[in-house]
Design a protein around this ligand. Structure first.
Ligand SMILES: Cc1ncc(COP(=O)(O)O)c(C=O)c1O
Length: 383
């Protein structure tokens, strides 16, 4: 499959797009929230159209075909053999984070998170019942990773859970087996539940790194792990609202399901259909996507390297470039670039104010435009 299909600029006006409508009527390119400006893979759209042709959209549980498609994908990609009944469907990964806090934490419990991190890691706990223990990632050989010694020290405060983001948003790190095992061992030693958000697992783009599910890296600790996944980031289905938790420990799974009862809605039939098509017929499209995204990332690298005051962080996975803008010496970096026609995500949202995050899952022509605007914006600082 050629990557040229990703070059096509698709007008998203009049689709009520969160990403594009933020700047409706303004000359600002939206490079913020994590959805892609690419059409979904053809088999996904076909499956949806076929299902839509039947005019009844009633309550629809996940069927065996979908569950098998997920299990086969996990086996093929990660060598992970799961039992079908370990899967719990949810309308979103953020729902999975929130439900985990509610199911596995008590009053006054402490939960570890590792900033900078996707902003919902800061608000998924029950603010009045649990507190967050923030242990920042640190940079080793130019790559953001866990500061395991500081994490172990923090465990002295009697933590009950960690929420991991693997691969990591916004730094783009793919954690190694050794890094994951260190975290797994630390959690086992301190009797902590592990919630591993792996929504970006199928988006390793550097052609070298390999995502390893935390439960695969630490099989001996699998009975304390909740894995959260979805086809939504990789196959651009975010608006369909679907994800799933994989929980091998039957006691934990029951606690989790009971917590969701009467609160979390069933997933929608269209979301189930799209997910099945993604895992069964979306692989060729995904491979082309990964190539295209890596080319886009390389463009950003080439440009940003020559813009004074900006430094691009090396990235292994995701379509979200993490850019250090501290060299610009301005307070509101996001606002500055927005004024100059590029809508980025503010680093502050993730816990690192001098950074911005650029979503590069868009046609190369749009990305080039955004990069030229960024260059022009920085040039104004000199004059
Ligand atoms: C790490 C991470 N988790 C969860 C989500 C959102 O997942 P959902 O829309 O399924 O709640 C995102 C979206 O960008 C993300 O980056």
């Amino acid at each position: 499959m050629t990557t040229e299909l990703f070059d096509k600029v698709i007008d998203r006006t009049n689709t009520d797009s969160l990403k594009w409508d933020k700047y409706a009527g303004q000359n600002v390119l939206p490079m913020w929230v994590a959805d892609m400006d690419f059409a979904v893979a053809e088999p996904i759209q076909k499956a949806l159209v076929q299902r839509l042709a039947h005019p009844i959209y009633g309550y629809t549980p996940a069927n065996d075909r979908l569950v098998s498609a997920i299990a086969n994908h996990l086996k093929r990609e990660y060598g992970w053999e799961i039992k079908h009944d370990w899967i719990v469907f949810l309308p979103g990964v953020v729902t999975g984070l929130s439900m985990s806090c509610r199911a596995f934490c008590q009053d006054n419990d402490r939960i570890m998170v590792n900033p900078p991190i996707y902003h919902h890691f800061y608000d998924s706990h029950e603010g009045k019942r649990q507190t967050l223990e923030k242990v920042h990632l640190h940079k080793v050989d130019g790559r953001w990773t866990y500061d395991i010694e500081r994490m172990k020290s923090a465990c002295a405060k009697d933590l009950s859970m960690i929420m991991m983001c693997s691969p990591h948003n916004p730094t783009g790190t793919v954690f190694t087996e050794q890094e994951l095992r260190q975290v797994g061992d630390m959690c086992a030693q301190n009797d902590m539940t592990i919630v591993s958000d792996e929504i970006h697992c199928d988006l390793v783009i550097d052609g070298k790194s390999k995502h390893i599910p935390t439960a695969v890296a630490c099989p001996e600790h699998a009975d304390r792990i909740v894995t959260l996944m979805s086809a939504s980031k990789t196959w651009n289905l975010a608006g369909l609202n679907i994800s799933f938790a994989i929980i091998s420990n039957s006691y934990m799974r029951e606690q989790f399901v009971n917590t969701c009862q009467s609160v979390v809605p069933m997933t929608a039939p269209l979301a189930l259909i799209a997910t099945e098509a993604a895992y069964t017929s979306g692989e060729e499209w995904r491979q082309s996507l990964l190539t295209y995204l890596w080319d886009n990332y390389k463009k950003i690298e080439t440009e940003i390297d020559t813009i004074p005051g900006l430094a691009l962080e090396p990235l292994q996975a995701t379509y979200l470039a993490w850019i250090d803008a501290s060299g610009l010496g301005i307070d509101n970096v996001q606002g500055f670039f927005e004024e100059h026609g590029v809508g980025l995500s503010s680093g502050e949202q993730f816990g690192q104010p001098n950074y911005v995050r650029l979503n590069f899952a868009c046609p190369a022509s749009l990305l080039n435009d955004a990069l030229q605007r960024i260059r022009a914006a920085v040039t104004t600082l000199k004059s």
